[in-house]
Design a protein around this ligand. Structure first.
Ligand code: DON
Length: 575
């Protein structure tokens, strides 16, 4: 059995429980069901304990995984303002047990009609980072509401109104501010204070910072949520909410128009599929790069026996680093919105192509990223995000990652509507070869164009064995998302770790450029010495790598694990 529980796992949960039970509202008094990380009957795991409780409550009331996921998604928009959102976008992987079908829902933001390829270039042709990251020009047309409403209406079993009720109540009645939220808000306060609407929403009435234990109410957000609950997507993309967004754009020099909002659609896409040592891997296709490179990296790694090398040995980490380097080189050239650019998906996920990349790897020596060009073998073929996962007793699974891009997006709340706007336009390649905020470079495939979706690294994934899901995972962490998801899967498949162990194990990351192998604490000194001698440029100062949310199911028993690297999350099973 893979189930080993660790006490450290419960620490962030326990302090949140203490805060929650102090409140009278039954919706947020979920302290008594935070503890189980093992459960039968289903599991919800997210970065926020209250939101996980909301999802588990929906499962207890007979809702399916989609109902619980949509309830959790809207609850996070209230309880986790740094990443939970109405003003951003994301991706959802959805396994429907009865139909034995997996879907990929793309609700990524779209560039407004007035956007163009040189949007962020100054008169000298240089990228203006201020514009691509912080002003309203950085905001893409939000997709979250379209995505959540779409899946609810098509695959949910309860009315939208019912699954949105908890979020509305949390916004109206208020939530107890956790230490994690107070810390995060304080860290972002400089940016938030620049904008009167953000100052009004994310601070105390007297302008001082919210402190742990305060009750934080969001009346305007509650009204926006009500409009969505009453009218569906039209409650956001048309009428009062749309008017407020467009007014914010007019006041602050943004591009999003009524037409852009009305034109926004979530899209159902074919998942990317791969196999790895007898497991099936299904994940998000472009405009995410996550699924493609997850499968590509697994294909490369499958050619070596990893278990005998042992976890996080120098020999293992060398293979990982060289694999990651090559995948991210391809990412820079070939990945973009498939509605605008012919991504060579079949070739990139082909085992033969992976084999040719593997053969070029020197097992004793680090390569130099300057010598690795994107698509070595390809010929003429045409800081914050959040992941949550839900698994219900009937076997339906949801794996969802959504984001505002940075923590609190561009920091600008829509006056009167109570939610923050994304700065996802920085995920486009503003100019070939010039890195974005995550150090990622891109080219034509990811150039800005009207109506195009920026390339993403978000990697919601579901792993199957013999046709049944066994693990669901995903992460935040910008460019480090794909490699974090990869390592959770490798830890589970190759090293026999349970979900808790697979989460806790130290992670590494390489993304081709910069030519650096990032290591979390916990990789030993002598391992680092060997990697250094092989020619790797090591960086151990980068802190925690990504934040995963994972559920496994084994013999009908669920294990849910929120990442230990940051407090505030919880895995909750229904009563
Ligand atoms: O879509 C992407 O790849 C990025 N906008 C994700 C940003 C992110 O994960 C930041 N947080 N930790």
């Amino acid at each position: 059995m893979r189930f080993v529980l660790s006490l450290v796992f419960l620490v962030p949960v326990i302090f949140r429980v203490v805060l929650c039970v102090a409140d009278e509202d039954p919706i947020i008094r979920h302290g008594d069901i935070f503890h189980p990380t093992l459960g039968r009957g289903g599991m919800v795991v997210s970065q926020d304990a209250i939101a996980s409780g909301v999802g588990a409550d929906i499962l207890s009331r007979g809702g399916n995984a989609v109902d619980a996921a949509v309830a959790t998604g809207f609850a996070l928009a209230v309880t986790l303002p740094q990443a939970g959102n109405l003003g951003g976008g994301g991706f959802m992987m959805l396994y429907l047990a009865e139909d034995d079908r997996t879907l990929a829902i793309d609700y990524r933001e779209m560039a407004p009609a007035l956007a163009h390829r040189d949007l962020f270039l100054d008169s000298a042709g240089n990228v203006d980072r201020e514009k691509s990251r912080f002003g309203l020009l950085a905001t893409g047309v939000p997709g979250t509401v379209a995505g959540l409403v779409h899946v609810q209406e098509k695959y949910g079993s309860l009315p939208l109104k019912e699954v949105m009720q908890p979020a509305i109540r949390l916004a109206e009645k208020g939530i107890p501010v956790s230490y994690a939220l107070a810390f995060s808000l304080t860290r972002a306060s400089g940016r938030l204070r620049q904008y009167p609407a953000s100052q009004a929403y994310f601070f105390r009435g007297d302008g001082s910072s919210l402190q742990a234990g305060d009750i934080w109410r969001q009346k305007d957000l509650a009204k926006t949520l009500r409009r969505i609950a009453d009218k569906g997507a039209a409650g956001f993309y048309q009428g009062k909410t749309a008017d407020l967004i467009v007014a914010a754009m007019a006041a602050g020099g943004g591009l999003i128009s009524h037409q852009d909002l009305e034109n926004y659609r979530a899209v159902e896409r074919q998942p990317v599929r791969g196999t790895y040592r007898g497991y099936d891997i299904l994940s998000m296709p472009p405009p995410s790069s996550g699924g493609v490179h997850l499968v590509q990296m697994l294909n490369i790694l499958e050619g070596w026996q990893l278990a005998p090398l042992e976890h996080n040995s120098a020999a293992y980490l060398h293979r990982l680093a060289e694999t990651m380097r090559r995948a991210y080189a391809d990412r820079s050239q070939y990945l973009g919105d498939p509605d605008f650019y012919p991504v060579p998906l079949a070739r990139l996920t082909d085992k033969g192509y992976a084999g040719s990349l593997r053969q070029a790897i020197d097992l004793d020596r680090a390569s130099n990223s300057e010598d690795i060009r994107p698509g070595v073998q390809l010929e003429e073929e045409s800081p914050q995000t959040t992941h949550f996962a839900v698994w219900d007793d009937a076997g339906n699974v949801v794996s969802n990652t959504y984001t505002l891009n940075f923590s609190y997006g561009n920091g600008q709340a829509v006056a009167g509507a109570g939610f923050l706007l994304n700065n996802e336009m920085d995920d486009f390649s503003a100019k070939p070869g010039v890195p974005n905020a995550y150090g990622l470079v891109g080219d034509e495939a990811n150039a800005i164009a009207a109506g195009k979706r920026p390339l993403s690294s978000m990697t919601p994934a579901i792993v199957f064995r013999d046709g049944r899901p066994v693990l669901v995972t995903g992460s935040s962490g910008g460019s480090r998302i794909i490699t974090a998801v990869l390592q959770v899967i490798l830890n589970y498949v190759d090293f026999g770790m349970n979900a808790a162990e697979a989460t806790a194990a130290p992670r590494v990351h390489h993304q081709w450029l910069p030519d650096v192998l990032f290591l979390e604490k916990g990789v030993s000194r002598d391992t680092r010495d060997i990697l250094d001698a092989m020619g790797h440029q090591l960086d151990t100062r980068a802190g925690a790598i990504s934040r995963t949310q994972t559920i496994t199911r084994d013999d009908g028993l669920f294990q849910g694990v929120t990442d230990y690297r940051w407090p505030g999350g919880a895995a909750v099973s229904p009563r």
